[in-house]
Design a protein around this ligand. Structure first.
Ligand code: AMP
Ligand code: MG
Length: 513
């Protein structure tokens, strides 16, 4: 791999703490602190993403690169670093947080000049580790590695994953926070993104009243990551905020399209570029349920439930707006932009639903139709993904009960069947209003509705296997997630087996990772 081509523009541009001091502390007035990864002596490779490596300009993997993958071998010319950010967690201001177990190597440039940041996750403690160990366990690393790639192949903006390796070191975790700590195998993921900047980076500078630095960071972000912004002067900052709102709304609509629930939408986990970032206690939704949250910490208030993700991203944008106010200096503008967010979001959301149903455009009556559909999905506990796959396959002589029973998590009794039949009749009459052909409508559906989603139980099985030294399922799941709109493995396009209904690490997940 061409690791010696890694450059560090962020580190050169902004003030940092260059002490390399690992002591956990607040670092006011700087955006990062240099820190070395812990160094692991016996790493073992689990997976390497060759396509991504070539694509971003890192080239081919050779045996000697293994130490780089866990942060034990560093290119001579770089100083590795962790960035400082803050955030609102579960609705409360949490102050300084920062990269507690992410360490940045820098940036690599591909043949076309496109730049990609590279960071290790789980490679050791940083000044921002807040009494934790800076390590990551196998289960959370597999989950990050596979899901970020699954999202990429679904066509959803996301950070990506380059490699997954055992550190050779065990770490202790209390997975369910129930006083039962266990040793687990440690692992490191290298992840990549155009930038890992979060809302929280801007919030931190605002909280410290570092307005000049805040402006510099906004300028840097626009210049490097928002080529669509061509205005100048004050308007540039307004356009920036509007763009972040649009990218965020578009992202959440995409999550809704495939049934992704992030699980910890704190402002420190919100990418300023509108990427999916920080794969923790997330889940793809099996049975449709607006109040589904996979995160055990979130169960009391269900703040981050599937159906609330739009609303929460709006709340997070309010916090970002407050942080940017000293630069934008126009409260009325910020208020209006935030007001428009709701309108924009729901319009984009309904247009997305139209595509899922194979409808060529949004009509006024559709709002009611979608409302009826939501009730149907919840009442009949239908699988979000499989429902649309089955809808595509309906013909004049389909037996509705037989057709939909395998994708429902409850028995379709007479009453439920009647609700479903009524809905299908409504749907068919809506299809008659389409101005596109039946073939085009079906094509739209098959491009919008994945046939394969990376369900939690599959991840759970895969983690168990890797823990025992086997990688067959990992290979198969990788192939499946690279082709989510095809049905490569019919055995994975079925609903969650009931044996997994109450399995910890499968039906519910903790933040422990
Ligand atoms: P999150 O769960 O992503 O919202 O994390 C909140 C904060 O905790 C971030 O600053 C993380 O970097 C940090 N953090 C989470 N796990 C660890 C760990 N094992 N060691 C150090 N910091 C951690
Ligand atoms: Mg985080």
């Amino acid at each position: 791999m061409n690791i010696k081509h890694i450059k560090q523009p962020f580190l050169k541009k902004f003030p940092g703490d260059f002490s390399n001091n690992p002591m956990q502390r607040n670092t006011p007035k700087v955006l990062f602190a240099t820190i070395k990864p812990a160094g692991f002596e016996k790493p073992r490779l689990i997976a390497f993403n060759e396509d991504l490596s070539e694509k971003i300009g890192l080239g081919k993997f050779e045996e000697k690169d293994l130490n780089f993958l866990v942060g034990s071998l560093l290119p001579e010319n770089i100083q590795t670093y962790a960035t400082a950010y803050a955030g609102h967690q579960f609705g409360n201001w949490a102050g300084q947080l920062g990269d507690g177990r992410a360490i940045l190597a820098g940036e690599i440039t591909d043949a076309n000049g496109k730049k990609t940041e590279i960071q290790w996750k789980g490679a050791g403690a940083t000044p921002y580790s807040r009494h934790a160990d800076g390590r990551a366990v196998l289960r959370s690393s597999v989950r990050e590695y596979l899901m970020s790639e699954a999202m990429y192949h679904l066509g959803i903006p996301t950070t990506r994953a380059l490699s997954l390796a055992f550190t050779g070191e065990d770490v202790i975790r209390d997975m369910m926070y129930n006083g039962n700590p266990q040793y687990e195998q440690g692992a490191v993921v290298i992840r990549t993104a155009e930038s890992f900047l979060r809302f929280g980076h801007f919030e931190l500078l605002y909280a410290q009243e570092e307005y000049k630095l805040l402006q510099d960071l906004v300028d840097f972000t626009i210049e490097n990551y928002f080529p669509e912004i061509v205005s100048s002067g004050h308007q540039r900052y307004k356009d920036f905020f509007e763009n972040v709102c649009t990218r965020t709304a578009d992202l959440i609509v995409e999550w809704c399209r495939v049934g992704f629930v992030h699980g910890v939408m704190n402002t420190d986990n919100m990418s300023i570029l509108g990427l999916t970032i920080d794969y923790g206690p997330y889940s793809m939704m099996d049975e449709y349920n607006l109040s589904f949250t996979p995160n055990t910490t979130d169960l009391p208030g269900r703040r981050y439930a599937f159906g609330k993700q739009g609303q929460i991203s709006h709340w997070n944008l309010w916090k970002l707006a407050s942080a940017l106010q000293p630069i934008i200096k126009d409260e009325k503008f910020l208020e209006n932009t935030l007001k428009n967010f709701g309108v924009y979001f729901w319009d984009a959301h309904d247009k997305m639903l139209c595509k899922k149903f194979g409808l060529d455009g949004l009509k006024k009556e559709d709002e009611e139709f979608f409302g009826t559909w939501q009730v149907l999905m919840q009442e009949l506990q239908l699988d979000h993904t499989l429902f649309f796959n089955q809808l595509e396959k309906i013909t004049a002589d389909t037996d509705i009960k037989e057709h939909f029973s395998p994708v429902a998590y409850t028995v379709l009794n007479e009453e439920k069947l009647r609700i479903l039949q009524d809905f299908i009749v409504k749907y068919q009459s809506r299809l008659h209003l389409n101005s596109i052909s039946k073939e085009d409508s079906l094509e739209l559906m098959s491009k919008t509705n994945p046939k394969f989603i990376l369900r939690n139980y599959l991840l759970y099985e895969c983690i168990e296997e890797i823990g025992k030294g086997k990688t067959e399922l990992l290979t198969k799941l990788t192939q499946a997630l690279e082709n989510p709109y095809k049905e490569l493995f019919p055995e994975y396009s079925v609903k969650r087996p009931s044996s997994y209904d109450n399995t910890a690490g499968c039906s519910t997940l903790s933040c422990s990772s």
